[in-house]
Design a protein around this ligand. Sequence first.
Ligand code: MTE
Length: 400
Amino acid sequence: MAGMKRRDFLKQLAALATLSQLPGLPVALAQLEMDDALAALLQELGKSADMTVYRADPLNAGSPLEPLRATHETPADIFYVRNHAPLPALDADSWRLEVDGLVERPLSLGLAALRRDFPRHEQEATLQCAGFRRQEMLNEDNAGGALLWCSDAISNGRWAGVRLRDVLEAAGVQAGAVHVAALGLDEIVKGAATFGLGGSITLEKALGDELLLADELNGAPLPAAHGWPLRLVVPGYIGARSVKWLGRLTLQADQSDNHYQQRAYKHFPPDVSAETADWPAADSLGELRLNSVFISPEADAELPAGPLRLAGIAIDSQPVAAVEFSLDGGASWQAAGLSGEGRWSWRFWAAQVDLTPGDYELVLRARDQAGNTQPEKVEEIWNFKGYMTNHWQRRSIRVV
Ligand code: MTE
């Protein structure tokens, strides 16, 4: 019932979006109607009105940055949302997780069985979209319609549920299984085909302690927008592998043949274009890359001379070892302080500086435990899909 209501509501929202583009309609009125509909949608999904909405249908929204940096456990109402299709209307009683493929015993598990038959675990982990910081790599002209996320497609949650490993062991992994493919129950329409978002990880990764089939976020039931009733959480990997509204796990010899494993979320070097891309030959994206961003000060801020706090977030597929900032365009560097301990979570960084009047080019880079740092220039990592933007972030400010 609730799902039907939501679908109707989304249709209404889409109609409003179309209406607002009609020539001749007073812009202010159209805008007001969109804003009302959007506000109602955010409220319906338990989301803060402070989210940055990149697309309303399906909802794609970034976290407000200052509140994001305020607490390690991102509150559900500001947790970023990345959807490829409208939320599916699922029913708790009829929902099942199917486990099949190269297993001894295919399983069909309802929520009650999952909760009854498997030990529960909690795991703090950061989700980061592969499109994080895309607006520093692509723009409206070359993004091909991709969402131009800033540093807001990232959030850190306390997930709870059962271990993926425990469920796979209950099914009995057969020899020959190398990948675990996950499939969501959403309905993405591409041309004549309709399918759920899917993807795969290696069996080796799947057996790690950190992977959960989660039905809770931050001690509360998993919100609908984040995959209720069950989602896969793959810490350390791009968000796309953490399949929401999970319906099926298949053990197989090869990677998932789903569009989102084979035709999206792939890595391409700078000289490849949409026309020359060899999709089957390209590597699928998996592990997160070393990255760090400013939250404050804001870009192009004009600030009074004196003490200034710099702060932001750093992330990697392993705990970030150091964050360094420069006040002079990269000529000299200083170490920032780090906080946050989680093995699979972001680090917060902060530093206190004292600035005299002038123009400053702030630069930021993180280091991993082996001493490696991020690529300096966007040209080194540019790709036409705008994935994994992680060059040194620069920010100009004026101190008066
Ligand atoms: N799972 C399904 N079924 N459908 C989706 O559209 N989006 C993926 C992933 N899982 C998606 C999905 C992407 S691209 C990301 S970045 C994360 O979910 C975002 O998770 P969140 O919306 O809970 O923040």
